[in-house]
Structure formats: C-alpha cells, structure tokens
Design a protein around this ligand. Structure first.
Ligand code: CTP
Length: 397
C-alpha cells in the first residue's frame, strides 16, 4: 500500500502516455497522492485536463510559470515527493538526464531533485537498442536511477522487440519496491529461471523438466525486499512474478546475451536449468522422414552462463549465486562445482528420484559458501526463496 506517499509523475511524450492515466488512478486507489508534470511532447498524447482530473491536482507543465514559482518553486516541487516516476520515459528524456540538461520543467526537476527516481522507458526498438541510449542507460543506472521495463513485444510502431513500456501493475509493483524500506531497496538483482529450448528444426526442440518455480519464487522474494529485479526466463510453466522486469528467451545463447545486457547488478542468481548442449546445425526447415533413414543429431556445447559471469574481469556482480542439481554426494559435488565455476555461493538441491523436488513445491537445499556447507531443512520453494533473499540482503548490506 502507498498510503500518504507522494509521487511526482512526469509524463513524457510517447504513445504509452495513455497508460500513465491508468497509473494515476491505480496509485491514488492505493492511497498515494500524484502530482503530475506533463512535458510538451507528453501533452501531444494526453490532455492536461484528463491528467489533472484523474490526479485531482493541477498539472505542472511550464518552467516559467511565475505563479508556481511564487507558490512552489521547481526546486521545492522536485523535492516535495517521496518518489519521482517518469512514465513514459523517452529516449530524449533519458539523454537529457544522463547529460544533466535542464531546459524544460521535467529535466530541471530531475536535475534538481534529491528524491529517488524510477523510469519506465518506452520507445522504438531501434532507439532502445541504439548505442547512445544504452550508454545513457548505463550512466543513469550508475547514478542510482531505478528502472522498470521496457518489455518485449509488439509495438505501436509495428516493430517487435524491447521498447514497450512496462504494464501498469508492473510499474505499481516497482513503485512499491522503490518506496519499501526493505533491505534490498536500491539494489539491482538479476535472476535467471526456467528451462531453455534448443531447436532441432523449426518445430522440434530439446528441453528439460524445469518449471521455473524456484527461480520465480526467488525473484518474487527479492522484489518483496525492495530489490529492482531483472528476471531472465526461458519458457517456464510457472508464470513470472509481478513487479520485476521480465526478459523472455528461448535458448542458452539468448539467455547469455540477455544476462550480459542486464548487467551491471549487485547480485546475480542463476536458477535456470540451462541446456548444456544444443544441436550443432539446427535445420532451418522441418526435418522430413526420408525412407526409413534416422536423422543423426550432432551436439555443440552451450556457453556456461554462470561461469561466464563469475569469471568476468570487469563488471562482475559482487555476489554470484549458482544452483546445483545433485543426486548423490551433494556437498562434495556442489563444493567442487562452486570452485570450478568461480561463483560465490552454490545452492545445491537433492533431485534424486523420489524426492519430488524437480517440478514439485518443496526443496531441500544445502548452501555452499566460502565458509562451508549449511543444510536447510526441507521446506516450500517460497520459503527457500525468502531465506535466500534474506541471506543476499545481509551479504550486500
Ligand atoms: N548454468 C548456466 N549455464 C549453463 C549451464 C548451467 O548458467 N550452460 C548454471 C545453472 O543456472 C546453475 C548451475 O549452472 O546455476 C548448474 O550447473 P551445471 O553444471 O549445469 O550443474 P548441474 O545442473 O547441477 O549438472 P551437472 O551434474 O551436469 O554438473
């Protein structure tokens, strides 16, 4: 709940500005007050009248509005909130913020503020992927700016890919996380989850039985402690949690690329069941039965994402956590795996037949750290996640 929390909402220019209207309603429903700021471009997409009617307050739009300066200067306006939310945050606004411009009300407020800031970017895929925007993103993250989204999907401009603004429930959850006094507030954590699918041809693939339940529970538990979570997931059966940035991938190689794009992070948790091998030459066309001859599949090794990140020279997250699925000699194997992969912690689970852990609701884990092995009693995957999230919070404190 956001009772008596004060949100300064900057609405930038983009087709996603219409979602900001719903966002205002939902924030107020939760008890927050919303002071709206509409950029000139934003006003091309939504009217000041609808924004002020929903916010129940006047809309601030012009830096040189002297009445406002007399009543409340822009400095005060920028600091009177508990959180500044920019939704949609355009490429232009991000560029202005990254370079410290202050040539309109929105950019001036963002430069003058000492309040936490949360951006919900929305832009064309190419603009998001452009090196300039990615540079600005890295700068803003390093400056401590929080982000929710963008999501992947079909865009109003007809293209497909990352750039869609996060949905209102996701932004609400990110607002709640940013305002929580949880111990992971202001921390960015990456979580991988689910299986990967490795194509054989356009209709067939190699997969595994991971449901994504444990990774999903971990992402949810981290968000509940206030972390900004990037959730990179393969095609899992369990739906992703709310309040996290979801990046959907299929193959191990796509997962590695998504992980690299999501860094830097304060911690990275690798809960995905990544396929160790892929078909070396996946066929571009469906493989047909050909007179009784059986197809022969040749395999190639997939990159080890956990190991790649653990051994990064530059930008390695300070805490890297891997998983190990073992059927016997759990501690020995997991301890060796920790050393081999170079990660800080390994959460080993006993997946031997009859435990019902793979795909089940419970888990029995042993946490392997530099100090040694610590066996946790068998408990629900949500409880494992909560306990791990608390340990992570303590480690990052
Ligand atoms: N992992 C990864 N990339 C891979 C393979 C595994 O990031 N290509 C990560 C998993 O997310 C997990 C850990 O590494 O955190 C598991 O390591 P892995 O070597 O696959 O161990 P097990 O699944 O336990 O299996 P094995 O017995 O084959 O070692």
């Amino acid at each position: 709940m956001l009772a008596s929390r004060r949100i300064l909402l900057i609405i930038g220019g983009g087709i996603a500005a219409y979602k900001a209207l719903d966002l205002i309603r939902r924030l107020r429903e939760r008890g927050a007050s919303v002071t709206p700021v509409l950029t000139r471009a934003g006003a091309e997409f939504v009217t000041p009248l609808s924004v002020s009617a929903l916010a129940g307050q006047k809309v601030f739009a012009d830096l040189f509005d002297l009445t406002d300066e007399a009543e409340m200067g822009h400095i005060e306006l920028s600091r009177s909130a508990d959180l500044i939310v920019v939704a949609p945050a355009t490429a232009d606004l991000m560029a202005k913020m990254a370079h410290g411009h202050a040539d309109d009300l929105a950019s001036t407020l963002l430069l003058a503020t000492d309040t936490p800031v949360l951006l919900a970017p929305a832009m064309n895929v190419r603009m998001w992927q452009h090196a300039a925007t990615q540079r600005n993103l890295a700068t803003l993250r390093a400056d401590g700016i929080g982000f929710v989204g963008p999501n992947e999907g079909d865009m109003a401009c007809g293209e497909h890919g990352p750039g869609r603004m996060a949905e209102v429930p996701e932004i609400l959850a990110a607002v709640e996380a940013a305002l929580s006094d949880g111990p992971l507030r202001g921390r960015r954590v990456l979580v991988t989850s689910g299986p990967t699918h490795e194509p054989i041809d356009p209709v067939r693939y190699i997969a595994n039985r991971s449901s994504g339940a444990q990774g999903t529970a971990i992402a949810r538990a981290l968000a509940a402690l206030g972390a900004e979570v990037v959730f990179v997931t393969g095609p899992a059966t369990v739906p992703p949690p709310g309040g996290v940035t979801v990046v959907r991938v299929e193959t191990a190689r796509e997962m590695l690329a998504a992980v690299e794009r999501a860094l830097p992070a304060d911690a990275a948790i690798f809960a995905a069941a990544v396929a160790d091998w892929r078909v070396a030459q996946a066929s571009g066309r469906k493989i047909k039965k050909s007179g009784g001859a059986l197809p022969v599949l040749e395999f190639a090794e997939n990159p080890d994402i956990l190991e790649t990140v653990s051994r990064m020279d530059k930008g390695r997250p300070p805490l890297v956590v891997g998983f190990a699925a073992e059927t016997h000699d759990v501690v020995e194997h997991a301890t060796a795996k920790r050393a081999r992969k170079g990660c800080d912690w390994i959460l080993a689970n006993d997946v031997s037949a009859g435990t019902g852990i793979m795909g089940g609701a419970e888990n029995a884990v042993t946490l392997i750290t530099e100090e040694g092995a610590e066996s946790w009693p068998r408990m629900g995957k949500d409880q494992v996640a909560a306990r791990l999230a608390e340990r992570i919070a303590r480690a990052l404190a």
